[in-house]
Design a protein around this ligand. Structure first.
Ligand code: PXG
Length: 437
C-alpha cells in the first residue's frame, strides 16, 4: 500500500489547495511519455510535465549527465569565477539561436529570465545615454512568469490584481484571441495582423523616446495556445525598428522544438533582440533559464574600466553545474535524436487529430501550432472553469494528463510522442467530452 504523506504543510503553487488536499493526485515516477502515480497507475503525459520535458521524462542521457556532474562539482559561484561547462553551454546555445543572439545570461527559471531581460532592456538604453526609455509594453493575456516585472507586463488579470501597483510605466497591446474571426484556425489565423498596429497608438501616446521594450510570447502558452495571426509578429518587429524599441520574445514555452522548429523565432521568421528561455533548456530536469542577447546589446555594456562590473545583476545559482550538465545533455539529445525535425513532422498529425474533435460537445474553438494545441470549451453557465477542472480530473482517471486553463484544454506533449499516443489523447478527450455536462 502506498504511504500518503501529510499534505497540509505544503502551500501548493497555482493550485486550489483545499480541493487538492481533499482530492490528492501524487505521482512517484516518470519515464518517456508516461508518469506513474503513487498507487501504480500509468498516465500518458500530454503536457511534457508542464511544457518542459521535450525529450520525454527521465531520458537516460540526461539522467546520466546529472548523476555524473553531481559527483564531480556540486556548486560553483558564478561571480568572479566560472566552471568550463557553463561557457560551453553558452556557446552551444548561442550557436543554435537565430540571428545575432550571441550571448547567454543564465537564470534559474522563466520568471527570472523575464525579469532579467526587462532589466537588460532598460539598462541597455541607459548605457547608450537614453535613460528615459524605461517603459515596458506587454500584451493582454500574456504570461511572463510571476516576478514583479513579469506580472507587470503580463496580461492575465488573476495573476496581477492582488499585488498592488506593480511596475510603473507599463502598457499592454491588445490580445489576438477573437473567436468571431479566428475560431478553428489550423496553425496561424488569417485574421488579426492589424492588431499589431496598436503598438503605433501606444508609441504615439507615450512617445517612442520613453519606451524600452516590447515583450510577447511568439505563441501565448498559458492563456491557452494563442497563435499569432499571419504577419502579426513581423509587424511588431517593424514598428519596434522604426521607433528604437527592443523586441523581446518570451520563448520559455516555445523554444526547443515546441513550435515545430528550434525556436519560435525560426518558425515565424522574426528576429527578436532578446529571447528568454527555460523549461526545455534542461528538459525540465533541473531548474534553469537563460536570456539570449543580441551582440549589439552586449557590446553597449562593455564600456568603462575592464575590471568594473558591467551589469549589476545575477543569481547565486546562475549557471549551476547540475543545470548546466542537464542543459548540455538536453541540447545534445534534441539534436542527436532529431527531435526538432520530429516536432515538425508530428505537428500535422497532432493538428489533424485535435481538429477531429470539432463537433464534440462544448467545443467552441480548436487551435494548434507545432506541438501545441488547445481545445476551448464553452464555460458552464455561472460556473466558469468548473467544466475545465472536471475534465482535467476525468482525463486523469482515464489515464491522460492534460492541462486545463479555465475552460481550455492545453496539449503540449513531448516531441517523442508517436501517432498511436496522439490517437489515445484525442480518444480519451473525446470520450470525456461526451461524458460531461
Ligand atoms: N514565460 C512564459 C512564456 C511561461 O510560459 C514563464 C515565463 C515563467 O516560468 P517559470 O519557470 O518561472 O514558471 C512561463 C511559465 C500553464 C503554466 O499552465 C505555464 C507556465 C507556468 C505555470 C503554468 O500553462 N509557464
Amino acid at each position: 500500500m502506498p504511504v500518503t504523506p501529510n499534505l497540509e504543510a505544503y502551500w501548493m503553487p497555482f493550485t486550489g489547495n483545499r480541493y487538492f488536499k481533499s482530492n490528492p493526485l501524487l505521482i512517484e515516477t516518470a519515464q518517456g511519455m508516461h508518469v506513474t502515480t503513487t498507487d501504480g497507475k500509468e498516465v500518458l503525459d500530454a503536457i511534457s510535465g508542464l511544457w518542459c520535458c521535450n525529450a520525454g521524462h527521465c531520458h537516460p542521457k540526461i539522467v546520466a549527465a546529472i548523476q555524473s556532474q553531481a559527483t564531480r562539482l556540486d556548486y560553483a559561484t558564478a561571480f568572479q569565477l566560472g566552471h568550463p561547462g557553463v561557457f560551453e553551454l553558452a556557446e552551444k546555445l548561442t550557436g543554435i539561436a537565430p540571428g545575432n543572439l550571441d550571448y547567454a545570461f543564465f537564470t534559474n527559471s522563466g520568471s527570472e529570465s523575464v525579469d532579467t531581460a526587462l532589466k537588460i532592456a532598460i539598462a541597455y538604453h541607459c548605457a547608450r545615454g537614453e535613460g528615459q526609455r524605461t517603459r515596458l509594453i506587454g500584451r493582454e493575456k500574456g504570461y511572463h512568469g510571476v516576478g514583479f516585472g513579469g506580472i507587470s507586463v503580463g496580461g492575465m488579470s488573476p495573476n496581477r490584481k492582488m499585488f498592488g501597483a506593480l511596475l510603473p510605466g507599463t502598457d499592454h497591446l491588445p490580445h489576438t484571441h477573437h473567436l468571431e474571426h479566428n475560431a478553428f484556425s489550423r496553425g496561424q489565423p488569417e485574421w488579426g495582423a492589424h492588431l499589431a498596429d496598436e503598438l503605433e497608438n501606444i508609441v504615439a501616446l507615450h512617445d517612442a523616446s520613453t519606451i524600452a521594450a516590447v515583450i510577447v510570447e511568439p505563441v501565448a502558452g498559458s492563456a491557452g495556445v494563442l497563435v499569432p495571426p499571419k504577419g502579426y509578429l513581423a509587424r511588431l518587429r517593424e514598428i519596434c525598428d522604426q521607433n528604437g524599441i527592443l523586441l523581446i520574445f518570451d520563448e520559455v514555452i516555445t523554444a526547443f522544438g515546441r513550435t515545430g522548429r528550434r525556436f519560435g523565432a525560426d518558425t515565424f521568421d522574426v528576429q527578436p533582440d532578446l529571447m528568454t528561455v527555460a523549461k526545455g533548456l534542461t528538459n525540465g530536469a533541473v531548474p534553469m533559464g537563460a536570456v539570449l542577447v543580441d551582440r549589439d546589446i552586449y557590446a553597449a555594456f562593455m564600456t568603462g574600466p575592464e575590471q568594473a562590473v558591467e551589469f549589476f545583476h545575477g543569481y547565486t545559482y546562475s549557471g549551476h553545474p547540475l543545470a548546466v550538465a542537464a542543459a548540455l545533455a538536453s541540447l545534445a539529445v534534441y539534436e542527436d535524436e532529431g527531435l526538432y525535425e520530429r516536432a515538425g513532422q508530428m505537428a500535422p498529425v497532432l493538428e489533424d487529430a485535435v481538429h477531429s474533435l470539432k463537433d464534440a460537445p462544448h467545443v467552441i474553438d480548436i487551435r494548434n501550432m507545432g506541438m501545441m494545441a488547445a481545445i476551448e470549451l464553452e464555460p458552464r453557465d455561472g460556473e466558469p472553469t468548473l467544466r475545465g477542472l472536471e475534465i482535467y480530473r476525468r482525463c486523469f482517471d482515464a489515464g491522460l494528463l492534460v492541462r486545463t486553463t479555465g475552460d481550455t484544454i492545453a496539449l503540449t506533449p513531448s516531441l517523442i510522442i508517436d501517432e498511436n499516443q496522439v490517437g489515445q489523447i484525442v480518444d480519451i478527450i473525446g470520450q470525456v467530452l461526451q461524458s460531461i455536462n
